[in-house]
Design a protein around this ligand. Structure first.
Ligand code: NDP
Ligand code: GDR
Length: 327
């Protein structure tokens, strides 16, 4: 039975990846950071009904000693480094923490693998945010990077450290440059979930308006369930490499609102209020990925359309709010 060690197991991707690996017969060891609210932070794993199938261990990405102990004890075949301060907007308010966790934290994880168990295959959660102020209409593995936030700068450091450890020490270390991916388990601060949650509240009469920032930005949105398949596929290759994972379709926040409110039979223009306080100090205007390499080498293609994903998310948020109303 292969063993996978996942940092960020309590996050959106951690939950879906755990589900996929359990289905494939893996033993999954998940890194959870100590929290006074630890009874609720396994919520996503619980939602998927897999909370008790994961071995949860206590460690923090900023504490190398904890990672050394965890890697030594688990002796994983595969390590997925998904933990991060992952919210771009927060990275301007907490740039140093973001650098510590999202940047140096990945270096800590690489060190732990290199020192304790260098045969493990390593996955780094890189991001399309690294393209930032993109210089080409479509982004692929050869597109130059132009980070636009402390988050993106930290991810870029982690990305190059992953490549460097592959080239310097021969680690089987791969980076997935993943474009935005969402689903009902997405954190509520991210725009897709904020919109679907807002739609559900408005539909049920719990709210009247939804405040958003820049409606003109466009993103290439896929479903997290599809994207964790790509992570796993990367670590099954003989040779480690970097891959862009995207759908090849970009959609504005404005259009996202139209789709989500429209699904619930609502007119988005009656409810969405632009709040300039939510506009970011520097914006990533357009992202559109080209995943041809992943399709060619990994055989990976996305299966869920934006419309179907939004419908799934609105339904899940309606169900959550209805159950609270009943309870
Ligand atoms: P989430 O924000 O949902 O999850 C982040 C995870 O990191 C949580 O489990 C969190 O734990 C954990 N974490 C944060 N700080 C620490 C720390 N100091 N030590 C240990 N664990 C920590 O992110 P996603 O699941 O959406 O994304 C997974 C990864 O992929 C992230 O690295 C993200 O930056 C990256 N990424 C995501 C994309 C997306 O569209 N979702 C696209 C491209 C990259 P806790 O529950 O305690 O907060
Ligand atoms: P992003 O996701 O920054 O792309 O990072 P987010 O959903 O936060 O923003 C997407 C775009 O929507 C605009 N926007 C708003 N965003 C939020 N959160 N809230 C609002 O009210 C709002 N109004 C407009 C933003 O300005 C932006 O242009 C996500 C994270 O998962 C990262 O960790 C990951 O690396 C990238 O995706 C790829």
């Amino acid at each position: 039975m292969p063993t996978a060690l996942i940092t960020g197991v309590t996050g959106q991707d951690g939950a879906y990846l755990t589900q996929l690996l359990l289905q494939q017969g893996y033993r999954v060891v998940g890194v959870m950071r100590r929290s006074a609210s630890s009874d609720v932070i396994g919520e996503r794993l619980r939602w998927l009904g897999i909370r008790d199938a994961v071995e949860l261990v206590d460690a923090n990405l900023t504490d190398l000693s904890s990672l050394l102990r965890v890697v030594q004890a688990a002796r994983p075949d595969e390590v997925y480094n998904l933990a991060a301060q992952s919210f771009v907007a927060t990275s301007w308010q907490q740039p140093l923490l973001t650098g510590n966790v999202t940047g140096l934290g990945a270096a800590n994880m690489l060190e732990a693998v290199r020192l304790m168990h260098p045969s493990a295959r390593f996955y780094q959660a890189s991001s399309s945010e690294m393209f930032g102020l993109a210089t080409t209409p479509e982004q692929d593995e050869s597109t130059p990077f132009y980070p636009r936030s402390p988050y993106a700068a930290a991810k870029l450091y982690a990305h190059w450290m992953t490549i460097n450890y592959r080239e310097s020490f021969g680690l089987h270390a791969s980076s997935g440059i993943l474009f935005n991916h969402e689903g009902p388990l997405r954190g509520i601060e991210f725009v897709t979930r904020k919109v679907t949650d807002g739609v559900a509240r408005i539909k049920l009469g719990l709210a009247r308006e939804l405040r958003l920032g820049n409606l003109e930005a466009t993103r290439d949105w896929g479903h997290a369930r599809d994207y964790v398949r790509a992570m796993h596929a990367m670590l099954q290759q003989d040779v480690a490499d970097d891959y862009v994972i995207a759908t090849g379709r970009t959609t504005s926040i404005r259009r996202l609102c139209q789709i989500a409110f429209g699904y619930a039979g609502l007119d988005w223009e009656e409810h969405v209020v632009v709040d300039h306080a939510l506009v970011r100090p520097a914006e990533v205007h357009v992202l559109l990925g080209n995943a041809a390499k992943a399709t060619r080498v990994l055989g990976w293609t996305p299966t869920v359309t934006l419309e179907d994903m939004v419908a799934e998310m609105v339904e899940a948020d309606l169900a959550r709010h209805r159950s609270r109303l009943v309870g």
